[in-house]
Design a protein around this ligand. Sequence first.
Ligand SMILES: C[S@@+](CC[C@H](N)C(=O)[O-])C[C@H]1O[C@@H](n2cnc3c(N)ncnc32)[C@H](O)[C@@H]1O
Length: 277
Amino acid sequence: MQSTHKKLFVNKNLGTYSFDEFDEKTKELARLKEQATAFWPQEKEMLLNLGIQKSRNILDLACGPGVVTRKINDLVPESQVTGVDLNESLLEVAVSDAEQDGPDRPVFRKADCTNLPFESSSFDFVYSRFLFQHLSDPDGAIAEIKRVLTPGGRVVIVDVDDRDLNVTPSCESFERLTKAAGIFQSQSGGNRFVGRTLDGLLHSHSFSEVTRNVHVMSSEQLGVEPFFRITTQFKLEQLPKDMAQDMRELLPQICNRLKSINATISAGIHVASGLAS
Ligand SMILES: C[S@@+](CC[C@H](N)C(=O)[O-])C[C@H]1O[C@@H](n2cnc3c(N)ncnc32)[C@H](O)[C@@H]1O
């Protein structure tokens, strides 16, 4: 891993998730869909525990291909659910997939999370999953979330923290990939350790009743191969091209190594929540 080239993303507002510039868009789209579907049972419980079923206007901020937006729409059929994202290609997938959902499907709109096209107090629940690790201006996004929430409305933010991504027994090649991807993502303005900052961010914007919990997801639930796919494909997109190519070729070996040592991969997913004042 000699390369030190920083990956430059053309659309700066998309932070470190500039989907259209990724090398393997089809695989990344499949990964997004697989990940959203695999974790939904736990995610659904978490959202219900945080009272999403009492909400009337729900915003899924940075909804990507809309898998979770549509699941929320099914979960809370009486509410109006809106998904926004800045990437048009992913929004097109969301709109087209939602066509099978009938007339009460969610509404999808293009929007930048730091400049939302909604009036103040438009939503009583804002959900955002796996957005904040990509943002160089997380404060700008939190300020907008607070503005569009009604007083007493709830925000729930879900994101990673690579200090809680572990393999047992340890696997050096997996750790090298994780570390390199984290370093390059941070050089491009992202933060793979954002999870543990989320409650502080909410406090600093005067949200009340702030909580942060860590939910452990593991390959024991899904199997090593799917879990490995879900946690690595995106990392390749953060690496400089030459290093990504080397790593792409190494991935099957790393996965086989994990299987041969009977490894468990576990990821601590941080869930922060608070109420707007
Ligand atoms: C890792 S994907 C997560 C997508 C979806 N929330 C999910 O969990 O499947 C990150 C998403 O953030 C979107 N995004 C990045 N910067 C954004 C911004 N400034 N405003 C709105 N969306 C943004 C990307 O286009 C992408 O869809």
